[in-house]
Unconditional design. Sequence first.
Length: 301
Amino acid sequence: MPSSLTSRIDGLSIQHPHRPLLLLWAIDQALRGRPRLQHWSVIREETDALLAEYGRSDGALYPFWVLHLNGLWEIEGAGTLPLTSGGRRPLVSALNAPDPLAGLPPEDHALLLADRQLADEITESLLERHLDPVPAGVAARIGWHGPGPADEVVVSPSSPEQTAARYRSLKRSAHASAERRGEDRSAPVGGERPKRTRSARRAVLLRSGGRCENPGCLGHPDELTDRGAPLLEVDHLNGLAATGEDVPELMIALCPNCHALKGRGRHRHRLLEVLAAAVAEKDAALERLGAGMQEAPHSGL
C-alpha cells in the first residue's frame, strides 16, 4: 500500500539533493497557483541550472524519473516511454519527442494546497535535511523567504495517527540536521549562541498538543498568547550544553512557571526525572503509532 506523503519524503536519500530540489520547485509551483502538471520541456528549462548547481546532477532527467519511482511524481504515459538498455530511465531524446506532462500526484498536490502549514513544514524539512545551510541561490529560486515567527501556532492534525506521522517526520529531520552539521553545539564558535533546529521545536510543540508537558503542572497548562499560540517555552531537558543535540526526545515544552521550576526550583532534580519520564513515554507512544502508519493505506498526510 502507498505510504503517507511525509513517509515517502522521509525515505529520500540525504546523499542525493537533486530529488528534494525538484520537489521543492514543485511545491513552490503549487503554492504559486501554477498548473499541477507541466510539460517536460518547461520543467527542464526551469530546473536544469538549479539541479546542476546545487543538486549534484547533470540536470532534470534523473530526479524527474526517480521521483516517479519513489511515488512522489506523476508522469503521463510513463509506461510507454522507451528506457535505456539497463532499463533504469528514459533517454532525454525519449522525453523530448512526446514532451509528457508531469508533476506532483493529485492527492499530494491537493493536500499541500489545503494545508499550508504542512507545505511549510515539508519545505523546511527538505531544506534542513538536505541543504543545511540553505544556499541563497536555492532559497531565491524556490521562493523561500525563511521561517515564520518563533512562537508560531502549531495546529495539531485531525487524528492521533496524523499527529504521530508528522511528529516522526519532524523528528527525523531534526536528527538528519544534527548529523549533517556534525558540530559540537556545546561549544559554539565565536561565543555565538547554538543554532536551534526548527524542526525539533516544531516536533516538541506538536507532541505537547499545546499544553505544558509537566504532568504535575499547577498553573495554566493550556493558556494562549494574544496571537493564539500556546504559552509554552521549549527547552532541553538537561540543557543543550549537556547533550549538544537539538532533537525532540531530549527537549520539552513547558509553561513559564514550570520552566522556572525546572531551572531554579528547590526540587528541580526530582522534577527533571518526572519530566524526562513523561517525554520518553509520549515520544515512544508517537513512534509506535507512527510506525504503524507507514504500512497503512495512503492517508493523505
